[in-house]
Design a protein around this ligand. Structure first.
Ligand code: AMP
Length: 494
């Protein structure tokens, strides 16, 4: 789900109006046929908090009417009160976590979105990005649609509303067949809960079971928290329809080859989630081992940049035989909204999130392991901190290839010009972040770590556009803005 544009009245204190890039990450959850539907949805969203921390919403249905709660802020701050949960009556509910860096959070963009169609109410929660949303919005507005939000997901609602097909499921299929990009959806009508993944399966969606109630959610960690059993993953291009009679599955879209997001393995998914039968934690350790084989370092300590670098650093330490130490301690109580009280304090380089553990680092040759470098600001700060703590040498190893291209499919990345690796060679980056050596995992090493023999250049097994610039779908909105210089062969052919 993305912002289509930044409204002047949506702009935050930073006044990000000039920045209309899409910046959203999301998690979805739905449960059908359980007396505690809303409370379980709140728990599921809490487990998915890493996928979006700005706002959350739940919509339930009690066989008479839909109930809606949308709040800015964390799930734990807004959905734990019994009064909120009791307002979400019914044995069916869907929910959504959202994170957006563009503009101030506004409730009208918080999902699930809801519409009252001629055939009844309909709610939808979306993880992913629609890459032709602006073009669709433009067309729909020409035909008379009035948009209520700046979210790309609203296009789906208007496409359903204006579809010439008859039953709701056919209208949804009709709507989705006009959409480009990535979507894992959970939707709710009066009789059905529907789950659907785009034909490439870029974002995850799994099916679970809790005491006979069906659950649809982004990651298995949201099943674990409520004690639900993983049934299976929803397949790329699959739509499942849950009713009181059971579950139906169909493949309404032209089958594509799966292109699951490889960055879910690198950073995005929670380490205790399982994807494609593999533990994300294990994948990240294997990534660390590959990195140690490809880019060894002569050092005394392996130190993760917590928390995202932890599993990779464990793998690196295991493979290299160099001891693993927590040389950087993370403060877990820093929300993303924490703002230093005054400008002078901000400029003091206050160590809000990380602090070096100097007792461990003093006089040591240190290998820092992090999952990725995006803008380079974290690495710059961390390296300085580790040197100030007395490290004799600082080497940096990154558990992914250089991030050279923005994601248009639902991972928050800045525009290309702000990605350090799009502007600098590895040597230049090493001198920019002031390390003694810097190395990234190769793309083949990453593929090996996630169970492939390497990257199939003719037909890549994953979406790896952030590392390669090969986008697996058309990017109509970007093309129309002239933003995309590098398109995949597939996109050009399509
Ligand atoms: P930067 O300071 O911009 O180079 O960011 C690098 C850090 O951000 C790494 O420690 C990553 O774990 C983390 N990171 C990577 N991708 C993302 C993302 N999409 N959203 C938030 N943090 C990220």
């Amino acid at each position: 789900m993305v912002n289509l544009y930044t409204h002047p009245f949506d702009a935050g204190p930073a006044g990000n109006c000039d920045d209309d890039r899409f910046h959203e990450e999301c998690g979805v959850f739905g449960i059908f046929g359980h007396s505690e539907a809303a409370a379980l949805t709140a728990l599921g969203l809490h487990a998915l908090q890493h996928r979006g921390q700005e706002a959350a919403g739940i919509i339930s249905y009690d066989k008479r009417q839909f109930h809606v709660e949308r709040h800015i802020g964390l799930v734990g701050d807004n959905f734990t009160k019994p009064s909120v949960i009791s307002r979400l009556a019914g044995d069916t509910a869907i929910g959504h976590n959202r994170y957006s860096t563009t503009g101030a959070p506004v409730l009208r963009n918080v999902q699930p979105l809801f519409a009252e169609f001629a055939g009844g109410g309909f709610a939808v929660a979306h993880n992913g990005n629609i890459t032709n949303a602006r073009a669709l919005q433009h067309e729909l507005q020409k035909r008379g649609s009035i948009f209520q939000s700046t979210s790309d997901t609203e296009s789906i609602i208007h496409l359903i509303a204006t579809s010439q097909k008859a039953p709701l499921v056919d209208r949804l299929i009709d709507a989705l067949s006009q959409i480009e990009g990535a979507y894992s959806l959970v939707a709710l009508s009066e009789k059905k809960m529907i789950g659907c993944r785009d034909p490439l399966g870029v974002r995850p969606l799994v099916l679970g079971d809790l005491d006979g109630a069906y659950v649809l959610t982004s990651e298995t960690c949201a099943l674990d928290i409520i004690g639900a059993r993983l049934v299976r993953e929803i397949e790329p291009g699959e739509m499942v329809i849950v009713t009181e009679h059971g579950i139906d599955s169909m493949k309404p879209f032209q089958a594509g080859k799966s292109r699951f997001c490889i960055f879910e393995h690198v950073y995005f998914a929670r380490p205790d989630s399982v994807v494609g039968g593999s533990s994300i934690y294990e994948s990240r350790k294997k990534i660390g081992r590959e990195l140690a084989r490809e880019a060894p370092a002569d050092a005394d300590l392996i130190v993760p940049v917590p928390d995202s670098g932890n599993p990779g650093a464990i793998g690196f330490a295991e493979e290299s035989g160099i001891p693993f130490e927590l040389g950087i301690i993370r403060n877990h109580y820093v929300g993303r909204t924490f703002i230093e009280p005054t400008d002078s304090i901000r400029h003091m380089g206050v160590k809000l999130k990380h602090n070096a553990n100097s007792a461990i680092l003093k006089g040591k040759r240190v290998v820092l392991v992090d999952d990725s470098i995006v803008r380079g600001t974290t690495s710059l700060k961390i390296v300085e901190m580790v040197r100030d703590a007395g490290a004799a040498e600082v080497h940096m190893r990154i558990a992914s290839p250089p991030t050279t291209n923005p994601c248009f499919y639902g991972v928050d990345t800045p525009e290309k010009a702000k990605l350090l690796a799009s502007r600098m060679s590895v040597e230049e980056m090493a001198s920019f972040i002031r390390v003694d050596s810097l190395a990234f995992l190769t793309i083949d090493g990453l593929y090996r770590a996630v169970g492939e023999e390497g990257r199939n250049a003719l037909s890549p097994q994953y979406c790896d556009a952030c590392f390669t610039g090969e986008y697996p779908t058309r990017l109509t909105d970007q093309e129309q803005r002239g933003d995309v210089r590098q398109l995949s062969l597939l996109a050009e052919a399509g």
